[in-house]
Design a protein around this ligand. Sequence first.
Ligand code: SF4
Length: 946
Amino acid sequence: MMPPAETVRVCIDGHESRVDANISILEAARKLDIEIPTLCYHKDLSVVGSCRLCLVEIEGREGQYPACAESVQDGMEVFTESSDLSESRRFVLEMLLSNYLSEQLEANHSASEFLRWVRQYQAKSPPESSSPTHHPVDADSNPFIRVDLNKCILCTRCVRACAEVQGRFVLGVAERGPETRIIAGLGTDLLDARCESCGACSAYCPTEALIDRDKFESDSPDRLVRTTCGYCGVGCQFNLNVKEQRVISVTSHPDAPVNGMSLCVKGRYGYDFLHHNQRLKQPKIRRYLLDDIAFTRRPNDRGPWMEVDWETAIDLVARKLAAIKSQSGADALGFLSSAKCTNEENYLVQKLARQLIGTNNVDHCARLCHSSTVAGLGMAFGSGAMSNSMDDVVQEAKAMLIIGSNTTEQHPVFGAMIRQSVLRRKAKLIVADPRMIDMTEFATVHLRQRPGTDVALINGIMHLAIKNDWHNQDFIEQRCKGFEELKAMLEAYPPERVSQITGIPERRLCEAAEILCTNRPMAVIWAMGITQHTTGVFNVLSLANLQMLLGNMGIPGGGVNPLRGQNNVQGACDMGALPNVYPGYQPVNDEQTYKKFVEAWSLQDNGNGGEARFGLSQSSGLTVTELIEAAGENKIRGLYILGEDPAMTEPNVNHAVDCLQRAEFTVLQEIFPSETSKYADVLLPGAAFAEKNGTFTNTERRIQPVRKAIDPPGAALPDWQVLARLGTSLQRELDYYPHGTQSGWEYQDAAEVLAEINTLTPSYAGVTWNRVDAGERLQWPVLSESHDGTPILHVEKFTCGLGEFHPVEHLPPAEIPDDEYPLLLTTGRVLYHWHGGELTRRSQGLSAVYPNPIVEVSHEDARRSRIADGMTVSIQSRRGILVARAAVTDRVPEGLIFGSFHFPGLGNVNNLTISALDPVAKIPEYKVCSVRLQPYDEEQVSEADS
Ligand code: SF4
C-alpha cells in the first residue's frame, strides 16, 4: 500500500482546495477545472517549460511563473488571468508566429491548439520583413503523416512523444538559433527507419505541423464515436471521426483505459478497409441451390453465385441445416465462430449450435493461437486467462520475461508500454526468442533458443532457481502442490544439458536465470511462440511452474500474461465458442451446468445423450482442425463459418482447401470475399466493428464497448442480427417454439443478448451494457452488478484452490531438419498486417508500406543458397511451396527462416506449415517445420505447385 500523499492548501482564481503536495500549479488548476493555456506541456510528457504560455501570477511574489514547472505550496494563492498575463501570452504567441507560415492563419478555421490560443489572445502575425525560413512540405514520404515544418513552433511535443510514449527516438532537434528545426526519420524508408508510423507525433503536435494525412485531406467530422479497436487483443480505444456515413479518420481518446493517447499504425490508420469496394453487400447463394431441392451439387463445382434477398438466403440455410440434422444427426453439423466478432455474436453462435442443433461442434481460431494456454493454465491454476493487467505489469514488475512474443509487432501499444517500463523505470527485461526481434534491443539478456526447446529452457531456469535457493518456499508450501515431483524432474536439467538442447550459452542462461529469479515481482509474457507447438501445453505448464516456484502469482507486476491475438479472442473463449465448455468455461459434461442450460434454453432433458429431438449434448465436440478434416470426409455435412478464413489460416493449407473443396455445404458469414468464400455455398454479408454495437474482451479480461458509427454497406447486417434471424428461421424449420426469456431468438439489440449472457455466465454476471457503456473499468470475473471486477487473478488462492506443479520433460518438435529439408521454418506476424490479412491488405496505407510477402533469411543460408537481399525465392516443405522476397538479415540465426501468414496463394506460409497437433489442446505446430530454400524458378514452382 502506498502511503497517503501529503496535501497542501492552494487558492487558484479564488477557488480554494487541498491538493497533493507534489504537483504543479497547472495540474492543480486542471483538477479545479481551471484552464490555463499551454503549448509545450502535455500531461503524458516530461515538462520542458519552454513556451512560457502557461504563465501565472503568485500572490506575494514578483513576476510571472510557468504553471507547468512551478510546484504548489501550502497557502499559495495563484491568479491565472490578468491584463499583464494576457499581454505576456500575446507576446509569446506573436514570437511564435514570427516563425509560423501557414495559410490557415488567414483562413482562421484550423482546429489546432496553437491557433485556438492565437485567436483567443488576438495575437497578430509579424510584418513580412521578418521573412522566416520556408521549408518544403513533405506530403508523400510517409503514407500516413504530412510534415509541414512551416507550422512548427518547436514545442518538441512530437520529439518527446516519440521518445517517451513510443520509446522510438525517431525525431530530434537539429541546428541552433534561427536554423533550429525538427528532424525526422519520416522521410526515409519506413522499414529501415525506426518509425512505426504509430502517429504519436501527429497526435501530440499542437500546430498540425505534423498531421495525419487523412485528417488533413478531409473536412471536419460530423461526430466522434468512441469505440474499441478491431485488430489486436490489447483493446485500445479511440474516436472514429465520422462524416455522414464514412469514417474519415481516427483520433486518440486521452482517457482510453488501456492506451491513453497511444495507438499503433493499424489502429490509427488501418480503418479504410471499411469502405473498400470489395465489401460484401448482398447475400449470395450458388445458383445450383435454387434448382436442386436435395441440395446436392456436382463434386468440386459449386458454379456461379447469384444475389438474393435476406429471406431467401436465411430460409435456405435454415432448411439445409434442419435437413442435415434430421438426416444425419446434430453432430453432422459444425460451427466456426469468430474472434473478430463481439461477445454477443459469439454467444449466439454457440447457442445456435447447442440449443437448436444439439451439437458441441463449435470452435474458433483460439484453437490455433492460445488453446494450449487455456488448457495449460487451466490444469495449473483452474483458470486459463491472463492473470494480471498490462498496466500493473509495466508499472510494477522489477523484471519481465518475454518468451515467444514479438510484442512490438503483434501487440504494438503494449510493446511501447514495455519499452517505457525498461527505459523509465529500469525494469529488467529478458527476451527469449530465436529471432532478434525488436524487443531484444531493450533486453538485458537475449536468450536465442532453438525453436521448439522452450520446456528445456524453462526447466533450466528452474533448476538454477532451486540450486541457488532462489525459489519461494513459503509460497510453494502454502499455495501449491506437487513440488517434490517437479524438483526431482528438474535434476535432469543442469545448464550443460540445457545449453546443448537449446543452443543458449551456459553463461547467458545463468545470467538470465539470476535476473528472473532474484527480482520480484517478475512477470512472464508470452504469445504464440510458446503455444503453437506440439508441446504447447507443456510449454505453458512450464511457465506456470516457474511463476509458482518464484511466488510471482497473485501480485501486481507478476503473473502469467499470455497475450491474446485477435481483438476478441478472449471474449470468444469466454462465450463458450469452444467444443467443451458453455459460456464462462462451464464444462459441457458437468451435470449441474447441463441442467442449468436445459432449463434456460427450454430444452428437454435427454438423459445424458438420449434421443430427445431437442437436447444438449454432453460430449465435447470437434475442434477447428478436426472440423475441417471431417468436412472433407463428409462426416461433417454442413459447416457454418462466421468471420474465419480456414483456407488461409489452417496449417498445411493445401490439405485444408482440399477438405473445404469436398465439403457438402458451407455457409460463410463475412465482410469480404475471402479465400474460404471460394468454397462456400452461401455468403452472408456481415458488419465490421465500426458498424455494430456490442462488447469485446481484451487480453487482460477487460470488457469494453463496441459502438456503431456507420451503417453496414448495402444490405449487410450486424452479425448478431443475422444469427438472430437464422435462429428464428431454424425454430420455424424445426417446429420448435420454446418459451422463456433466455430461450428465444427475438433480440431487439446486442444489449439484450448481453443481458442473457449476464444471467448464464457467472464471470460476466455484473457486466451489464449500462456499466460498459458508462466506461466502467471491468475485468472479469465481475460477479454482480455491485462487484468492481478483478484486475488480478489468484490473489489469495488459485481458482482451483492449490496451484498444481506439473513436471514436464522436453520433447522435440514433430518435424526436424534433414538432408532433404535442411532448414527450420518459423512463422509469425508483421507490424503492418493482421492475421490472414483480409483487412490490412485492403487498407491503402498499410499495404503501401508492406505490399508483398517477405521471408527473413540468415546471411549464412543466403550465401549457401546463392540468394541476395531482395531476391525472389521459393521455399518448399513436404506439403507445399511459398514464393516471397528474401530479406537477408541477422534477425534470424543460421538454419532458421521466418515467414508471415498475411498473403494468400503462393505467398501463404501455411502452404508449408505442418498440421501436427498438441495432443491435449489440438493446436497445430505452426512454429516449427523443416523446409528447403532456393532462388525462384518459375517452371520449378509451377511444377511443384501443381
Ligand atoms: Fe488496435 Fe492493437 Fe494497435 Fe491497439 S495495439 S491500436 S488494439 S491493433
